[in-house]
Ligand binder design. Structure first.
Ligand code: SAM
Length: 228
């Protein structure tokens, strides 16, 4: 079976991880992570939070800024990203592991909250991955996946991109839209996400809503609750 893209991250060279880190250092993406972090800390005061596909660890950094008593965990399939996250989070007490969400080594019912941003669309066998998320979450708790989606409103997104990149360097204004539109084309349609969830243990307990993050109107917030 063809990989959805996670395979390219497994062997990602260090320079490519640093390039990703650099390209995503825009004010708009920083705002996206800050808005997601605010959303998450409004849902738990303490306990264990796992960020799957944490990449350079920017979401974990923002969560820590808002509430330093939340215990932070990050997981990523790319060793280069893991190295980068550890560097970006120097001085913060955080547990970052390299691994595939499809089979982790966390014990059952371990996390109070699980999240991921822009990673779900890359997972091979997403149903199996969601079953693993179900296993490692505590009962009656939720996972919040923030994902861009393919059936976005094209003109709204292009307009938002122009505004968001207005103050950025010429390189970012040229490269970011290419990188972003390519990534959006790889994501799922909303109906495909619903079909995947319906094939998992979260089938009876999920909500999906369209949201704007960092002024970018192409995001879904997917809430998956582990019902007892
Ligand atoms: C587009 S990046 C997003 C990074 C970060 N969440 C952010 O918002 O900047 C996707 C990340 O998901 C990771 N990833 C892809 N498939 C994965 C899997 N099966 N298990 C764990 N991490 C995975 C990749 O290595 C990559 O770092």
């Amino acid at each position: 079976m063809k990989s959805r893209g996670q395979e390219s991250f497994v062997s990602l060279p260090g320079f490519a991880a640093r390039l990703y880190n650099n390209l995503t250092q825009t004010r708009a993406i920083e705002r996206q992570h800050q808005e997601i972090a605010r959303d998450l800390v409004s849902r738990i005061e303490h306990g264990r939070l796992l960020d799957i596909g944490t990449g350079p660890g920017k979401l974990l950094f923002e969560v820590h800024q808002l509430n330093s008593s939340i215990e932070l965990f990050g997981l990523d399939i790319s060793e280069a990203m893991v190295q980068l996250a550890r560097k970006n989070l120097t001085g913060i007490n955080v547990n970052i592991q390299c691994g595939d969400v499809r089979h982790t080594n966390y014990v059952d019912d371990f996390f109070d909250i699980v999240t991921c941003t822009g990673s779900f669309y890359l997972w091979d066998n997403p149903e199996k991955c969601l079953e693993e998320v179900f296993r490692i979450m505590k009962k009656d708790r939720s996972a919040y996946l923030y994902e861009t989606y393919q059936d976005f409103n094209d003109s709204q997104v292009r307009e938002a991109l122009k505004t968001n990149l207005a103050g950025e360097s010429l390189v970012r204004r040229l490269v970011t839209p290419i990188f972003l539109m390519r990534q959006l084309r790889m994501t799922y349609r909303t109906s495909e996400i619903v079909d995947i969830i319906k094939r998992t243990s979260f089938a009876g307990s999920y909500t999906i809503g369209q949201i704007s993050l960092g002024g970018f109107p192409a995001w879904l917030r997917i809430q998956l609750t582990k019902c007892a």
